[in-house]
Ligand binder design. Structure first.
Ligand code: N01
Length: 537
Protein backbone atom coordinates (compact mmCIF):
# COMPACT_ATOMS: atom_id res chain seq x y z
CA UNK A 1 0.00 0.00 0.00
CA UNK A 2 1.31 3.46 -0.89
CA UNK A 3 2.21 5.97 1.76
CA UNK A 4 0.26 9.09 0.79
CA UNK A 5 1.96 11.72 2.99
CA UNK A 6 3.91 14.51 1.30
CA UNK A 7 7.18 15.89 2.63
CA UNK A 8 8.09 19.50 1.91
CA UNK A 9 11.51 20.79 0.91
CA UNK A 10 13.03 23.82 -0.72
CA UNK A 11 14.53 21.68 -3.45
CA UNK A 12 14.09 18.16 -4.82
CA UNK A 13 17.03 16.78 -6.78
CA UNK A 14 16.57 13.77 -9.04
CA UNK A 15 19.76 11.75 -9.38
CA UNK A 16 22.62 11.04 -6.98
CA UNK A 17 25.40 10.82 -9.54
CA UNK A 18 28.26 13.27 -9.93
CA UNK A 19 25.88 16.19 -10.65
CA UNK A 20 23.22 15.42 -8.07
CA UNK A 21 25.82 14.96 -5.35
CA UNK A 22 27.29 18.37 -6.00
CA UNK A 23 23.81 19.90 -6.20
CA UNK A 24 23.08 18.52 -2.74
CA UNK A 25 26.31 19.92 -1.35
CA UNK A 26 25.78 23.35 -2.85
CA UNK A 27 22.15 23.64 -1.79
CA UNK A 28 23.00 22.60 1.76
CA UNK A 29 25.70 25.27 1.84
CA UNK A 30 23.00 27.75 0.83
CA UNK A 31 21.01 26.66 3.87
CA UNK A 32 18.20 25.06 1.85
CA UNK A 33 16.34 21.86 2.67
CA UNK A 34 16.93 19.21 0.03
CA UNK A 35 15.73 15.73 -0.83
CA UNK A 36 17.59 13.67 -3.41
CA UNK A 37 16.07 10.59 -5.05
CA UNK A 38 17.92 7.90 -6.94
CA UNK A 39 16.80 4.56 -8.29
CA UNK A 40 20.16 2.92 -7.49
CA UNK A 41 21.05 1.59 -4.06
CA UNK A 42 23.94 4.01 -3.56
CA UNK A 43 25.57 7.16 -4.95
CA UNK A 44 27.50 7.34 -8.21
CA UNK A 45 24.99 7.42 -11.07
CA UNK A 46 26.81 6.45 -14.26
CA UNK A 47 29.73 5.18 -12.18
CA UNK A 48 27.40 3.04 -10.10
CA UNK A 49 25.80 1.43 -13.16
CA UNK A 50 28.73 1.07 -15.58
CA UNK A 51 30.62 -1.89 -14.13
CA UNK A 52 31.38 -3.63 -17.39
CA UNK A 53 34.91 -5.00 -17.81
CA UNK A 54 37.31 -2.29 -18.90
CA UNK A 55 35.16 0.66 -17.79
CA UNK A 56 37.40 3.59 -16.95
CA UNK A 57 37.70 7.34 -17.26
CA UNK A 58 38.85 8.34 -20.69
CA UNK A 59 39.08 12.11 -20.34
CA UNK A 60 42.44 13.63 -19.43
CA UNK A 61 41.47 11.80 -16.30
CA UNK A 62 42.79 11.73 -12.82
CA UNK A 63 43.40 13.94 -10.95
CA UNK A 64 41.30 16.36 -13.01
CA UNK A 65 38.11 14.37 -13.42
CA UNK A 66 36.99 15.33 -9.94
CA UNK A 67 35.19 17.96 -7.91
CA UNK A 68 36.96 21.27 -7.47
CA UNK A 69 34.75 22.76 -4.74
CA UNK A 70 36.93 21.60 -1.86
CA UNK A 71 40.66 22.10 -1.85
CA UNK A 72 41.02 19.67 1.08
CA UNK A 73 39.19 17.02 -0.88
CA UNK A 74 41.52 17.45 -3.82
CA UNK A 75 44.56 17.39 -1.60
CA UNK A 76 43.67 14.34 0.44
CA UNK A 77 42.65 11.99 -2.37
CA UNK A 78 45.21 9.69 -3.98
CA UNK A 79 44.66 8.73 -7.58
CA UNK A 80 46.57 5.67 -8.72
CA UNK A 81 46.27 5.85 -12.52
CA UNK A 82 45.90 8.57 -15.13
CA UNK A 83 42.64 6.97 -16.29
CA UNK A 84 41.02 5.58 -13.19
CA UNK A 85 38.89 2.52 -13.59
CA UNK A 86 35.25 2.44 -12.59
CA UNK A 87 35.94 1.09 -9.10
CA UNK A 88 38.47 3.86 -8.41
CA UNK A 89 36.06 6.60 -9.52
CA UNK A 90 33.28 5.07 -7.46
CA UNK A 91 35.61 4.81 -4.44
CA UNK A 92 36.34 8.54 -4.81
CA UNK A 93 32.63 9.40 -5.03
CA UNK A 94 31.92 7.20 -1.99
CA UNK A 95 34.63 9.04 -0.10
CA UNK A 96 33.05 12.38 -1.04
CA UNK A 97 29.62 11.11 0.07
CA UNK A 98 31.08 9.96 3.41
CA UNK A 99 33.15 13.06 3.99
CA UNK A 100 30.21 15.42 3.44
CA UNK A 101 27.62 13.06 4.88
CA UNK A 102 25.50 13.12 1.73
CA UNK A 103 23.54 9.94 2.24
CA UNK A 104 21.31 11.27 5.01
CA UNK A 105 19.53 13.45 2.44
CA UNK A 106 19.35 10.87 -0.34
CA UNK A 107 16.58 8.33 -0.69
CA UNK A 108 17.99 5.39 -2.66
CA UNK A 109 16.15 2.64 -4.53
CA UNK A 110 13.45 5.17 -5.17
CA UNK A 111 12.41 5.81 -8.73
CA UNK A 112 10.71 9.12 -9.44
CA UNK A 113 7.68 8.23 -11.51
CA UNK A 114 6.10 11.63 -11.88
CA UNK A 115 6.96 15.30 -11.37
CA UNK A 116 4.25 17.97 -11.68
CA UNK A 117 4.24 21.73 -11.32
CA UNK A 118 1.36 23.36 -9.53
CA UNK A 119 0.77 26.92 -10.73
CA UNK A 120 -1.23 27.95 -7.68
CA UNK A 121 1.41 26.98 -5.13
CA UNK A 122 4.40 27.51 -7.50
CA UNK A 123 5.79 24.19 -6.35
CA UNK A 124 6.76 20.87 -7.84
CA UNK A 125 5.43 17.58 -6.49
CA UNK A 126 7.28 14.37 -7.22
CA UNK A 127 5.81 10.91 -6.83
CA UNK A 128 7.97 7.85 -6.45
CA UNK A 129 7.42 4.17 -7.01
CA UNK A 130 7.62 3.54 -3.26
CA UNK A 131 4.76 5.93 -2.61
CA UNK A 132 7.10 8.51 -1.07
CA UNK A 133 6.02 11.92 -2.27
CA UNK A 134 7.66 15.30 -1.88
CA UNK A 135 6.98 18.89 -2.83
CA UNK A 136 9.53 21.64 -3.37
CA UNK A 137 9.77 25.09 -4.86
CA UNK A 138 12.58 23.95 -7.14
CA UNK A 139 13.19 20.77 -9.09
CA UNK A 140 16.73 19.94 -10.18
CA UNK A 141 17.05 17.22 -12.79
CA UNK A 142 20.48 15.66 -12.45
CA UNK A 143 19.27 12.64 -14.38
CA UNK A 144 22.39 11.95 -16.44
CA UNK A 145 23.26 12.62 -20.05
CA UNK A 146 24.23 8.98 -20.63
CA UNK A 147 21.95 6.92 -18.46
CA UNK A 148 18.92 5.82 -20.47
CA UNK A 149 20.05 2.59 -22.11
CA UNK A 150 19.46 2.06 -25.82
CA UNK A 151 18.32 -1.53 -26.28
CA UNK A 152 17.95 -2.30 -29.96
CA UNK A 153 14.76 -3.78 -31.25
CA UNK A 154 16.11 -6.61 -33.39
CA UNK A 155 13.83 -9.48 -34.45
CA UNK A 156 14.07 -12.39 -32.00
CA UNK A 157 16.35 -10.62 -29.50
CA UNK A 158 13.84 -11.32 -26.72
CA UNK A 159 14.02 -15.04 -27.57
CA UNK A 160 17.76 -15.29 -26.99
CA UNK A 161 18.03 -17.68 -24.03
CA UNK A 162 21.68 -17.11 -23.10
CA UNK A 163 23.04 -14.43 -20.78
CA UNK A 164 22.40 -10.88 -22.01
CA UNK A 165 23.79 -7.70 -20.44
CA UNK A 166 23.77 -4.03 -21.39
CA UNK A 167 27.08 -2.36 -20.53
CA UNK A 168 25.26 0.51 -18.81
CA UNK A 169 23.28 -1.85 -16.57
CA UNK A 170 26.02 -4.31 -15.77
CA UNK A 171 25.29 -6.79 -12.93
CA UNK A 172 26.98 -6.22 -9.59
CA UNK A 173 27.93 -9.87 -9.16
CA UNK A 174 31.01 -11.07 -11.09
CA UNK A 175 30.27 -12.27 -14.62
CA UNK A 176 32.40 -15.08 -15.96
CA UNK A 177 33.23 -15.27 -19.64
CA UNK A 178 35.34 -18.37 -19.28
CA UNK A 179 34.72 -20.95 -21.98
CA UNK A 180 31.84 -18.90 -23.39
CA UNK A 181 31.10 -17.71 -26.89
CA UNK A 182 30.30 -14.03 -26.47
CA UNK A 183 28.87 -11.61 -29.03
CA UNK A 184 29.42 -7.90 -28.42
CA UNK A 185 27.00 -5.65 -30.27
CA UNK A 186 28.34 -2.11 -30.59
CA UNK A 187 31.76 -0.56 -30.94
CA UNK A 188 31.48 2.77 -29.11
CA UNK A 189 33.53 3.55 -26.00
CA UNK A 190 31.86 0.80 -23.97
CA UNK A 191 32.35 -1.90 -26.62
CA UNK A 192 35.90 -0.84 -27.37
CA UNK A 193 36.82 -0.81 -23.67
CA UNK A 194 35.21 -4.17 -22.93
CA UNK A 195 36.13 -6.26 -26.01
CA UNK A 196 39.83 -6.82 -25.15
CA UNK A 197 38.94 -7.59 -21.53
CA UNK A 198 36.28 -10.12 -22.49
CA UNK A 199 38.57 -11.66 -25.12
CA UNK A 200 41.16 -12.47 -22.44
CA UNK A 201 38.75 -14.93 -20.81
CA UNK A 202 36.14 -15.98 -23.34
CA UNK A 203 36.34 -18.98 -25.65
CA UNK A 204 35.38 -16.73 -28.53
CA UNK A 205 34.28 -13.13 -29.05
CA UNK A 206 32.24 -12.13 -32.09
CA UNK A 207 32.17 -8.37 -32.55
CA UNK A 208 29.07 -7.10 -34.32
CA UNK A 209 30.09 -3.74 -35.78
CA UNK A 210 27.67 -1.33 -37.43
CA UNK A 211 30.13 1.58 -37.79
CA UNK A 212 33.92 1.32 -37.56
CA UNK A 213 35.53 3.72 -35.12
CA UNK A 214 38.61 5.85 -34.91
CA UNK A 215 40.13 4.91 -31.57
CA UNK A 216 43.30 6.27 -30.04
CA UNK A 217 45.74 4.75 -27.54
CA UNK A 218 44.57 5.34 -24.00
CA UNK A 219 48.11 5.59 -22.69
CA UNK A 220 46.88 4.76 -19.21
CA UNK A 221 49.67 4.56 -16.65
CA UNK A 222 50.29 4.98 -12.93
CA UNK A 223 50.29 8.59 -11.69
CA UNK A 224 53.64 9.38 -10.16
CA UNK A 225 54.02 10.89 -6.71
CA UNK A 226 55.59 13.92 -8.39
CA UNK A 227 52.54 14.42 -10.62
CA UNK A 228 50.16 14.24 -7.66
CA UNK A 229 52.37 16.63 -5.70
CA UNK A 230 52.48 19.01 -8.67
CA UNK A 231 48.69 18.96 -9.00
CA UNK A 232 48.24 19.63 -5.29
CA UNK A 233 50.82 22.38 -5.08
CA UNK A 234 49.54 24.15 -8.18
CA UNK A 235 45.87 23.49 -7.68
CA UNK A 236 44.81 27.16 -7.84
CA UNK A 237 46.58 27.71 -11.14
CA UNK A 238 45.37 24.43 -12.59
CA UNK A 239 41.79 25.08 -11.53
CA UNK A 240 41.88 28.47 -13.21
CA UNK A 241 43.23 26.82 -16.33
CA UNK A 242 40.40 24.28 -16.21
CA UNK A 243 37.86 27.08 -15.98
CA UNK A 244 39.38 28.79 -19.02
CA UNK A 245 39.78 25.70 -21.17
CA UNK A 246 37.25 24.85 -23.84
CA UNK A 247 36.74 21.35 -22.42
CA UNK A 248 37.31 22.12 -18.72
CA UNK A 249 40.73 20.51 -18.42
CA UNK A 250 44.05 22.11 -17.45
CA UNK A 251 45.29 22.45 -21.03
CA UNK A 252 46.01 25.42 -23.26
CA UNK A 253 43.43 26.11 -25.95
CA UNK A 254 45.03 25.40 -29.32
CA UNK A 255 45.32 28.04 -32.01
CA UNK A 256 47.55 26.51 -34.66
CA UNK A 257 45.97 25.25 -37.89
CA UNK A 258 46.97 21.86 -39.27
CA UNK A 259 47.39 23.63 -42.60
CA UNK A 260 50.13 25.86 -41.17
CA UNK A 261 52.35 22.79 -40.97
CA UNK A 262 53.82 20.60 -43.70
CA UNK A 263 52.55 17.02 -44.02
CA UNK A 264 55.80 15.86 -42.36
CA UNK A 265 55.31 18.21 -39.41
CA UNK A 266 51.72 17.08 -39.02
CA UNK A 267 52.73 13.44 -39.13
CA UNK A 268 55.39 14.11 -36.49
CA UNK A 269 52.85 15.77 -34.17
CA UNK A 270 50.29 12.98 -34.64
CA UNK A 271 52.95 10.35 -34.02
CA UNK A 272 54.14 12.07 -30.84
CA UNK A 273 50.57 12.36 -29.51
CA UNK A 274 49.82 8.78 -30.56
CA UNK A 275 52.86 7.42 -28.75
CA UNK A 276 51.97 9.29 -25.58
CA UNK A 277 48.25 8.44 -25.78
CA UNK A 278 45.46 9.77 -23.60
CA UNK A 279 42.70 12.30 -24.12
CA UNK A 280 45.17 15.16 -24.33
CA UNK A 281 45.61 13.90 -27.88
CA UNK A 282 42.46 15.82 -28.77
CA UNK A 283 43.13 18.81 -26.55
CA UNK A 284 46.62 19.36 -27.94
CA UNK A 285 45.72 18.86 -31.58
CA UNK A 286 45.51 21.56 -34.20
CA UNK A 287 42.61 23.96 -33.72
CA UNK A 288 40.90 23.11 -37.01
CA UNK A 289 40.64 19.30 -37.02
CA UNK A 290 36.92 19.61 -36.29
CA UNK A 291 36.30 22.50 -38.69
CA UNK A 292 38.44 21.99 -41.81
CA UNK A 293 37.86 19.00 -44.09
CA UNK A 294 41.47 19.07 -45.21
CA UNK A 295 42.86 19.22 -41.67
CA UNK A 296 40.47 16.47 -40.65
CA UNK A 297 41.53 14.23 -43.52
CA UNK A 298 45.17 14.48 -42.48
CA UNK A 299 44.38 12.99 -39.06
CA UNK A 300 41.84 10.50 -40.42
CA UNK A 301 44.45 9.12 -42.83
CA UNK A 302 46.97 8.89 -40.01
CA UNK A 303 44.63 6.82 -37.84
CA UNK A 304 43.55 4.59 -40.73
CA UNK A 305 47.20 3.84 -41.42
CA UNK A 306 47.68 2.94 -37.74
CA UNK A 307 44.73 0.53 -37.85
CA UNK A 308 46.20 -1.18 -40.94
CA UNK A 309 49.55 -1.38 -39.14
CA UNK A 310 48.18 -2.87 -35.89
CA UNK A 311 45.67 -5.37 -37.31
CA UNK A 312 47.49 -8.24 -39.03
CA UNK A 313 44.66 -9.64 -41.18
CA UNK A 314 44.14 -7.19 -44.07
CA UNK A 315 40.48 -8.13 -44.52
CA UNK A 316 39.71 -7.49 -40.83
CA UNK A 317 41.68 -4.23 -40.99
CA UNK A 318 39.65 -3.16 -44.03
CA UNK A 319 36.39 -3.68 -42.15
CA UNK A 320 37.73 -1.64 -39.23
CA UNK A 321 38.53 1.45 -41.31
CA UNK A 322 36.19 4.37 -40.63
CA UNK A 323 35.14 6.45 -43.62
CA UNK A 324 33.75 9.60 -42.01
CA UNK A 325 35.35 12.68 -40.44
CA UNK A 326 37.61 11.76 -37.53
CA UNK A 327 36.50 12.92 -34.02
CA UNK A 328 32.98 13.69 -35.29
CA UNK A 329 31.77 10.72 -33.27
CA UNK A 330 32.80 10.87 -29.61
CA UNK A 331 36.58 10.18 -29.59
CA UNK A 332 37.43 6.83 -28.10
CA UNK A 333 40.49 5.70 -26.19
CA UNK A 334 41.45 2.07 -26.47
CA UNK A 335 43.47 -0.33 -24.35
CA UNK A 336 44.31 -3.10 -26.80
CA UNK A 337 41.12 -2.95 -28.90
CA UNK A 338 42.67 -3.14 -32.36
CA UNK A 339 45.27 -5.61 -31.15
CA UNK A 340 42.48 -7.90 -29.90
CA UNK A 341 41.71 -8.70 -33.56
CA UNK A 342 45.11 -10.40 -33.77
CA UNK A 343 43.89 -13.04 -31.32
CA UNK A 344 42.56 -16.34 -32.63
CA UNK A 345 39.44 -16.06 -30.48
CA UNK A 346 38.18 -12.70 -31.80
CA UNK A 347 36.28 -12.26 -35.06
CA UNK A 348 34.57 -9.29 -36.61
CA UNK A 349 31.26 -9.13 -38.44
CA UNK A 350 30.75 -5.95 -40.42
CA UNK A 351 27.00 -5.43 -40.19
CA UNK A 352 27.01 -3.13 -43.19
CA UNK A 353 28.04 -6.06 -45.37
CA UNK A 354 26.53 -8.84 -43.31
CA UNK A 355 23.53 -7.46 -41.37
CA UNK A 356 21.81 -9.15 -38.44
CA UNK A 357 18.64 -10.85 -39.63
CA UNK A 358 17.47 -12.06 -36.24
CA UNK A 359 18.38 -13.69 -32.98
CA UNK A 360 17.08 -17.08 -31.94
CA UNK A 361 17.39 -18.90 -28.63
CA UNK A 362 21.03 -19.85 -29.17
CA UNK A 363 22.47 -17.67 -31.93
CA UNK A 364 22.75 -14.45 -33.77
CA UNK A 365 21.81 -14.96 -37.39
CA UNK A 366 23.38 -12.67 -39.96
CA UNK A 367 22.93 -12.75 -43.70
CA UNK A 368 25.99 -15.01 -44.02
CA UNK A 369 24.73 -17.58 -41.51
CA UNK A 370 24.14 -18.57 -37.91
CA UNK A 371 26.66 -17.79 -35.15
CA UNK A 372 25.99 -19.78 -31.96
CA UNK A 373 26.64 -17.76 -28.78
CA UNK A 374 26.31 -18.20 -25.03
CA UNK A 375 26.26 -14.52 -24.12
CA UNK A 376 25.20 -11.27 -25.76
CA UNK A 377 26.76 -8.02 -24.57
CA UNK A 378 24.79 -4.97 -25.66
CA UNK A 379 27.29 -2.14 -25.90
CA UNK A 380 24.65 -0.16 -27.73
CA UNK A 381 24.84 3.09 -25.82
CA UNK A 382 22.16 5.49 -24.71
CA UNK A 383 19.30 7.71 -25.64
CA UNK A 384 21.80 10.38 -24.75
CA UNK A 385 21.51 13.99 -23.56
CA UNK A 386 17.70 14.31 -23.75
CA UNK A 387 16.60 10.69 -23.12
CA UNK A 388 16.59 10.75 -19.33
CA UNK A 389 14.63 14.01 -19.19
CA UNK A 390 12.04 12.53 -21.52
CA UNK A 391 11.92 9.33 -19.48
CA UNK A 392 11.16 11.47 -16.40
CA UNK A 393 8.67 13.45 -18.53
CA UNK A 394 7.85 16.24 -16.03
CA UNK A 395 4.52 18.03 -16.37
CA UNK A 396 4.69 21.82 -16.38
CA UNK A 397 2.12 24.59 -16.78
CA UNK A 398 -1.38 23.35 -17.52
CA UNK A 399 -0.19 19.77 -17.08
CA UNK A 400 1.76 19.96 -20.35
CA UNK A 401 4.36 17.21 -20.50
CA UNK A 402 7.95 17.54 -21.64
CA UNK A 403 7.20 14.92 -24.31
CA UNK A 404 4.60 17.28 -25.73
CA UNK A 405 7.05 20.18 -25.62
CA UNK A 406 10.06 18.32 -27.04
CA UNK A 407 8.66 16.84 -30.21
CA UNK A 408 10.74 18.56 -32.92
CA UNK A 409 13.71 19.60 -30.79
CA UNK A 410 14.74 19.86 -27.13
CA UNK A 411 13.59 23.43 -26.49
CA UNK A 412 15.57 25.04 -23.68
CA UNK A 413 17.30 28.23 -22.65
CA UNK A 414 20.95 28.14 -21.58
CA UNK A 415 20.75 24.35 -21.51
CA UNK A 416 19.30 24.72 -18.02
CA UNK A 417 15.65 25.80 -18.20
CA UNK A 418 12.54 25.13 -20.30
CA UNK A 419 9.60 27.44 -20.87
CA UNK A 420 6.31 26.24 -19.37
CA UNK A 421 8.39 24.40 -16.74
CA UNK A 422 8.94 27.10 -14.10
CA UNK A 423 11.53 26.51 -11.37
CA UNK A 424 12.85 23.40 -13.12
CA UNK A 425 16.59 23.25 -13.76
CA UNK A 426 18.59 20.69 -15.71
CA UNK A 427 22.25 19.82 -15.21
CA UNK A 428 24.03 18.63 -18.37
CA UNK A 429 20.81 18.94 -20.35
CA UNK A 430 20.50 19.58 -24.09
CA UNK A 431 21.78 23.02 -25.05
CA UNK A 432 24.58 22.89 -22.47
CA UNK A 433 28.23 21.86 -23.00
CA UNK A 434 27.46 18.73 -20.89
CA UNK A 435 29.12 15.83 -22.64
CA UNK A 436 31.71 18.07 -24.34
CA UNK A 437 33.05 19.27 -21.02
CA UNK A 438 34.72 17.91 -17.90
CA UNK A 439 31.47 16.69 -16.36
CA UNK A 440 32.13 17.13 -12.61
CA UNK A 441 33.40 20.67 -13.23
CA UNK A 442 30.50 21.42 -15.58
CA UNK A 443 28.02 20.23 -12.95
CA UNK A 444 29.60 22.52 -10.37
CA UNK A 445 29.53 25.52 -12.66
CA UNK A 446 25.95 25.00 -13.79
CA UNK A 447 24.81 24.33 -10.23
CA UNK A 448 26.53 27.48 -8.96
CA UNK A 449 24.56 29.47 -11.55
CA UNK A 450 21.33 27.73 -10.54
CA UNK A 451 22.03 28.51 -6.87
CA UNK A 452 22.54 32.19 -7.67
CA UNK A 453 19.28 32.19 -9.60
CA UNK A 454 17.43 30.68 -6.64
CA UNK A 455 18.99 33.26 -4.37
CA UNK A 456 17.81 36.01 -6.74
CA UNK A 457 14.24 34.73 -6.50
CA UNK A 458 14.40 34.63 -2.75
CA UNK A 459 15.97 38.12 -2.45
CA UNK A 460 13.35 39.60 -4.75
CA UNK A 461 10.46 37.67 -3.16
CA UNK A 462 9.71 36.03 -6.50
CA UNK A 463 7.76 32.80 -6.81
CA UNK A 464 8.92 31.47 -10.15
CA UNK A 465 11.27 31.84 -13.07
CA UNK A 466 11.06 30.44 -16.58
CA UNK A 467 12.47 31.40 -19.95
CA UNK A 468 10.49 32.98 -22.77
CA UNK A 469 9.91 31.01 -25.95
CA UNK A 470 11.80 33.74 -27.83
CA UNK A 471 14.90 33.29 -25.67
CA UNK A 472 14.70 29.53 -26.23
CA UNK A 473 14.55 30.06 -29.98
CA UNK A 474 17.52 32.45 -29.89
CA UNK A 475 19.47 29.92 -27.79
CA UNK A 476 18.64 27.13 -30.24
CA UNK A 477 20.01 29.31 -33.05
CA UNK A 478 23.19 29.97 -31.07
CA UNK A 479 23.72 26.27 -30.33
CA UNK A 480 23.20 25.39 -34.01
CA UNK A 481 25.34 28.27 -35.29
CA UNK A 482 28.27 27.09 -33.17
CA UNK A 483 27.75 23.47 -34.23
CA UNK A 484 27.52 24.41 -37.90
CA UNK A 485 31.01 25.91 -37.84
CA UNK A 486 32.20 22.35 -37.26
CA UNK A 487 32.02 19.00 -39.02
CA UNK A 488 30.22 17.39 -36.04
CA UNK A 489 26.66 17.70 -37.41
CA UNK A 490 27.73 15.98 -40.62
CA UNK A 491 28.31 12.57 -39.02
CA UNK A 492 25.68 10.26 -37.54
CA UNK A 493 26.36 9.97 -33.81
CA UNK A 494 24.61 10.01 -30.47
CA UNK A 495 25.55 13.71 -30.34
CA UNK A 496 23.11 14.26 -33.21
CA UNK A 497 20.52 11.76 -31.99
CA UNK A 498 21.12 9.52 -35.02
CA UNK A 499 21.50 6.38 -32.88
CA UNK A 500 17.86 6.42 -31.72
CA UNK A 501 15.16 5.77 -34.32
CA UNK A 502 12.70 8.66 -34.49
CA UNK A 503 14.73 11.04 -32.34
CA UNK A 504 14.98 14.69 -33.53
CA UNK A 505 18.16 14.83 -35.57
CA UNK A 506 20.31 17.81 -34.68
CA UNK A 507 23.46 18.59 -32.73
CA UNK A 508 22.11 19.62 -29.33
CA UNK A 509 25.33 20.31 -27.41
CA UNK A 510 26.61 23.87 -26.82
CA UNK A 511 30.17 23.92 -28.12
CA UNK A 512 32.82 26.11 -26.54
CA UNK A 513 32.63 25.34 -22.82
CA UNK A 514 34.32 28.38 -21.32
CA UNK A 515 32.36 30.72 -23.63
CA UNK A 516 29.20 29.06 -22.37
CA UNK A 517 29.97 29.99 -18.78
CA UNK A 518 30.59 33.60 -19.81
CA UNK A 519 27.27 33.56 -21.66
CA UNK A 520 25.20 32.28 -18.75
CA UNK A 521 26.89 34.72 -16.37
CA UNK A 522 26.16 37.59 -18.78
CA UNK A 523 22.50 36.61 -18.70
CA UNK A 524 22.58 36.69 -14.91
CA UNK A 525 24.39 40.05 -14.85
CA UNK A 526 21.73 41.50 -17.12
CA UNK A 527 19.05 40.66 -14.57
CA UNK A 528 18.32 37.23 -16.02
CA UNK A 529 17.64 38.51 -19.52
CA UNK A 530 15.34 36.21 -21.46
CA UNK A 531 13.49 34.99 -18.37
CA UNK A 532 10.13 35.94 -16.93
CA UNK A 533 9.33 35.97 -13.23
CA UNK A 534 6.16 35.77 -11.22
CA UNK A 535 5.73 37.28 -7.80
CA UNK A 536 5.23 34.87 -4.94
CA UNK A 537 1.59 33.74 -4.77
O1 N01 B 1 27.63 3.99 -26.71
P1 N01 B 1 27.82 4.53 -28.22
P2 N01 B 1 28.74 3.71 -25.60
N1 N01 B 1 22.54 -2.30 -34.28
O2 N01 B 1 26.51 5.12 -28.58
C1 N01 B 1 26.05 0.50 -31.92
C2 N01 B 1 30.56 7.71 -22.70
N2 N01 B 1 31.40 6.64 -22.22
O3 N01 B 1 28.06 3.15 -24.43
O4 N01 B 1 27.97 3.87 -34.35
C3 N01 B 1 23.88 -2.34 -34.35
O5 N01 B 1 29.02 5.37 -28.34
C4 N01 B 1 26.49 1.84 -32.40
O6 N01 B 1 26.64 1.84 -33.80
P3 N01 B 1 26.64 3.24 -34.62
C5 N01 B 1 31.21 8.34 -23.91
O7 N01 B 1 30.87 9.68 -23.97
C6 N01 B 1 32.51 7.01 -21.60
O8 N01 B 1 29.86 2.95 -26.17
O9 N01 B 1 25.50 4.05 -34.02
N3 N01 B 1 24.69 -1.53 -33.65
C7 N01 B 1 27.79 1.98 -31.63
O10 N01 B 1 28.81 1.26 -32.23
C8 N01 B 1 30.60 7.53 -25.00
O11 N01 B 1 30.67 8.11 -26.26
C9 N01 B 1 33.35 6.07 -21.14
O12 N01 B 1 26.41 2.84 -36.00
C10 N01 B 1 24.10 -0.64 -32.86
C11 N01 B 1 27.45 1.34 -30.30
O13 N01 B 1 26.37 0.46 -30.54
C12 N01 B 1 29.19 7.37 -24.49
O14 N01 B 1 29.33 7.15 -23.12
C13 N01 B 1 33.10 4.73 -21.36
C14 N01 B 1 22.71 -0.55 -32.72
C15 N01 B 1 27.03 2.34 -29.27
O15 N01 B 1 28.08 3.22 -29.02
C16 N01 B 1 28.42 6.23 -25.09
O16 N01 B 1 29.30 5.13 -25.27
C17 N01 B 1 31.94 4.37 -21.99
C18 N01 B 1 21.93 -1.42 -33.48
N4 N01 B 1 20.59 -1.37 -33.45
C19 N01 B 1 31.08 5.34 -22.41
N5 N01 B 1 22.43 0.44 -31.85
C20 N01 B 1 34.56 6.49 -20.43
O17 N01 B 1 35.56 5.90 -20.60
C21 N01 B 1 23.62 0.94 -31.45
N6 N01 B 1 24.62 0.29 -32.07
C22 N01 B 1 34.50 7.65 -19.53
Amino acid sequence: MKNESTEHYDVVVIGAGVSGMYALHHLREMGLSVRVYDGASDIGGTWWYNRYPGARVDGPGSPFYCYTFSEELMKEWEWAETQSDQSAVLAYLEHVADRFDFRRDIQFETWVEDARYDEATQRWTVETHTGARASAQFLICAVGALSTANKPDIPGIQDFAGECYHTGQWPHEPISFEGKRVAVLGTGSSGIQSIPEIAREAAHVTVLQRTPQYAFPAGNRPITAEEMAHARENWDVLREKMNGNVAGFPCDNQERSALDDTPEQREALYERLWQRGGFNFFLELYSDIATSEEANLSLADFVRAKIREIVHDPETARKLLPDYFVITKRPILENGYFDAYNRDNVSLIDLREDPIERFNTTSVVTRSGEHPIDMLVLATGYDAISGSMLRLNPKGRGGKSLKERWTDRFHNYLGITVSDFPNLFMIHGPGSPGVFYNMPLGAERQMDWIGQCMRHLSDQSLGSIEPTVESEDAWANEVSALANITLFPRTDSWWTGANIPGKPRYFSVYLGGSIYYQRINDVKDKGYAGFTFEPKN
